[in-house]
Design a protein around this ligand. Sequence first.
Ligand SMILES: C[S@@+](CC[C@H](N)C(=O)[O-])C[C@H]1O[C@@H](n2cnc3c(N)ncnc32)[C@H](O)[C@@H]1O
Length: 356
Amino acid sequence: MDALRDQALGEGWRKLVADGVTATPVSLRRGPAVKVVDGPRTETVPREEWPARLEGLLAAATNVHLLAPDGDVHARRTKKGKWLVSRGKASSPTAPQQGHDRVRRHPLPADHPLFRATKISRDKERQVQHYIELLRPLQLWERERIRVVDAGCGKAYMSLALVAYGRENGTRVELVGLDSNAGVIETVRGVAETLGYDETSFEATTIADYDSSEPIDLLVSLHACDTATDDAIAAGVRFGAEAIVVAPCCHHELAAQIAQHEKDALLRHGLLLGRQADLVTDALRAAALEMLGYRVDVIEFVAAEHTAKNVMLRAERAPSQSRAARAAAEYRELRERFGVQPAIGRLLDLPVTAER
Ligand SMILES: C[S@@+](CC[C@H](N)C(=O)[O-])C[C@H]1O[C@@H](n2cnc3c(N)ncnc32)[C@H](O)[C@@H]1O
């Protein structure tokens, strides 16, 4: 048994299973760790805490299996408390994949319980994986705990996927989902309960009415209708979010304002006017976030063949005076060129130099 213990404290093993609790070495950006999965609970134990944790697991276990590329070790405790240890062929000859968060093709395994619980289509599963890939570069994942608000969460399968991804990678994602539709909130609470995600909560409220006693780290909002996306961005700023990621939905507000002005070839036709208004709205939102100290990437969220609503604004706090000044000038120029007063300006109470 001492040899098994020594091996599990060293390098090169692939998996340890102690009475159904599995432990797997992982290499996170913040250093080596061991992922421990006990039923619905997943925990990432820093490598320096692993010896004590291993002792606890072995003390409580009756059957222990250690899987390693050079051979597996099986141990069974007899009724008299004696360990019987045997060695066998390696159940998998492959070398350990410690950098699993970098080498795996998808952020979540295809058979993750999330997909069963949310009952989403294969297409949506791919979107979920892609969504995590888009959020994965955020610095926040370096932390052990992040507080995430999903504004206009609907069934929240995307943000539940962030919880799942956090559990796989050692970041506790404390998710608060908000939606004005009480029915959908009931549904998503049930899904989160099925998954055992007790670090999540859901509130039936409008985004504007939501109040948080704690700062938030990440604000996400996917396809919240019209100016609800502006409410979401404003909530992110108000609660000091390090990152704000929104994929806007329908844009009606500016189309109506632009339509009142004289039309040129770009604005004469309703369809083109609508598309211009979408671009202007999102460009103003991006500039507004830059004015407030965020670095913003405007990226494609889902492939255009799935939905026309495929723009994503991914903003991360990274204050820069020159960027803020450039953005303020662009914001003002765009506002004047199209003669619009966007919700984002009102909600964020942008400085008069930008709002005039
Ligand atoms: C198109 S659904 C998107 C749901 C989810 N984010 C997704 O991507 O699957 C928009 C959701 O936003 C909610 N919503 C719209 N305006 C809202 C507001 N001002 N406050 C809270 N929820 C809102 C709606 O009830 C709806 O569930």
